[in-house]
Design a protein around this ligand. Structure first.
Ligand code: F6P
Length: 489
């Protein structure tokens, strides 16, 4: 309701690469799946609340025979409240735009995870083309000349400017879901000026943390002739103002009347399914299988802990859910092989009989399955080498209404700037992570409660509606100011 008030009847259009619902044609008919995506987890409840149109890349575009062919569908399937408009990309477009420039170029460029970005002119050309195709889709879908357009993520750095040219009165809110690096790191991108200029088509440009905002302002300062007001965090470029602000993203807090599976039952069932004894200590990692997530370092920390505390051998396992992701890229295939090999080596070293310290599941799990795992775990381990926010940390906290369980959290996540009661680690420091893991597994119940209670109250208050609400409120203020200025002029 508050979001609708913020919007006061304004038209909302969201643009993202990933679609919130994937309609796959299977032997038994049309199947609707949810992708493993922090962006979708956050933006979907917001769209349910304010309706409008979500423009996204139709998954499986390259193989359209395998998917539902409709360009527009009403979603969510059970209670349709907004329109999903799909843009179909050719195999070449998907390769150059998504796999190439976005995920071999910008992704490693912005996440300092020591994977070298790859920049190919042919990928860049597709990136420009596809940004234009989505900008055209926004213009086609807009029913008014001043819609509120919510642009999501690094796939669309050029789109704000393109939309601004076609719809000068639009309010464009762009949210960059991944980190923004320092100017030196960003400066290696051959198209750095074009990317920054593209983003400066936005009315508001949001990042998760003030640190990323600062990096962006410094990058603009370094590479463009723009006026920067540091006090108000605004950039004036080409006669247009862009407000740069931090909006830490969050999750939808579960409704109080939403029945949760009983914690004791979750603990028992999950251990039974994994063929573990009833009182087995369980650590949990939930990630896309991505080299930024620190999965190798996490396994090494488990190994180190078992070396140091042999009494835990046979009594502790880490369940690692790893959703396959971007698997046609070499870097991701190599990473998967390294993860599998390391798990095997550690299991050989410390496992015996049916016991394995690392339970690696390279497969998709739906939200209900993951929620049960959160409720069954003793500790949730997030060891990203670099992460914009990391919503797994917040989902785990939201799932623990028993106020038990411990979060081990990398200091290089946006989440670490808010969740101070987690056990904060440098994931590169294997001994430190091993100690934190041990400390989590042996933490007295009272301390677990105190920490969890405090983190729960923060995540409950600063939920995803606040995230969207703050951006929309800021946008509403700017729109109002613009209207007054136009009247005066
Ligand atoms: O939040 C970062 C992000 O890259 C999103 O843009 C994306 O939806 C998610 O992670 C998952 O990645 P992908 O869409 O490439 O599967």
């Amino acid at each position: 309701v508050l979001l609708r008030e913020e919007l006061a009847g304004d038209e909302v259009l969201v643009v993202s690469n990933r679609e919130p619902y994937i309609h796959a044609q299977t032997a038994t008919g049309l199947q609707v799946n949810r992708p493993a995506s922090g962006l979708v987890t956050a933006v979907e409840p917001v769209m349910r609340a304010c309706s409008g149109t979500w423009i996204a890349h139709g998954s499986g575009s390259g193989d359209r025979a395998a998917v539902d062919r409709n360009d527009r569908v009403k979603v969510p399937p059970a209670r349709p409240s907004y329109t999903l408009r799909r843009v179909w990309l050719t195999k070449e477009e998907e390769q150059g735009f998504y796999y190439g420039f976005a995920n071999e170029g910008l992704w490693p460029l912005c996440h300092i995870a020591h994977v070298r970005p790859v920049f190919r002119s042919t990928d860049w050309e597709k990136y420009v083309e596809v940004n234009q195709r989505f900008a055209d889709a926004v213009v086609q879908e807009a029913r008014t000349d001043d819609p509120v357009v919510l642009v999501q993520d690094y796939h669309f750095a050029l789109l704000p400017r393109m939309v601004r040219e076609a719809l000068p009165k639009a309010t464009i809110i762009t949210f960059w879901h991944i980190p923004w690096p320092n100017p030196e790191s960003f400066g290696i991108c051959p198209w750095r000026e074009e990317i920054i200029e593209g983003l400066l088509g936005s009315t508001i440009l949001g990042f998760h943390t003030s640190y990323h905002c600062k990096n962006f302002l410094e990058t603009v300062d370094r590479y463009l002739e723009a006026r920067i007001e540091h006090d108000t965090s605004t950039i004036s470029y080409g006669g247009k103002l862009t407000q740069v602000e931090s909006y830490p993203i969050s999750i939808a807090w579960p409704d109080a009347d939403q029945a949760q599976p009983d914690i004791v039952t979750c603990r028992q069932q999950v251990r039974q399914e994994l063929a573990l004894p009833e009182n087995h200590l369980l650590g949990l990692g939930v990630d896309r299988l991505d080299y930024t997530k620190g999965i190798i370092e996490r396994f090494q920390a488990v190994e180190r802990m078992l070396e140091q505390y042999p009494n835990l051998v046979g009594k502790f396992s880490l369940l690692q859910i790893a959703a396959p992701s971007r698997s046609s890229l070499d870097e991701y295939q190599n990473f998967e092989a390294r993860v599998r090999n390391l798990a095997q080596r550690i299991n050989k070293r410390f496992g015996s009989g049916v016991y394995a310290p690392i339970l690696l599941r390279v497969e998709h799990h739906n939200a209900e399955q993951v929620n049960r795992l959160y409720r069954a775990a003793d500790v949730c381990v997030v060891t990203s080498l670099h992460d914009g926010m990391n919503l797994v940390a917040k989902e785990f906290i939201a799932a623990r209404d028993d106020e038990r369980g411990v979060l081990v959290l990398s200091q290089f996540t946006g989440a670490a700037r808010e969740l101070h009661e987690a056990l904060i680690v440098n994931p590169y420091h294997i001994e430190q992570s091993a100690d934190a893991l041990y400390r989590a597994l042996t933490m007295p119940e009272i301390e677990q409660r105190e920490r969890m209670r405090s983190m729960r109250s923060l995540v409950k208050d600063f939920n995803v509606y606040r995230w969207a609400g703050r951006m929309l409120l800021d946008a509403a203020r700017l729109r109002q100011r613009e209207r007054i200025m136009t009247k005066i002029r």
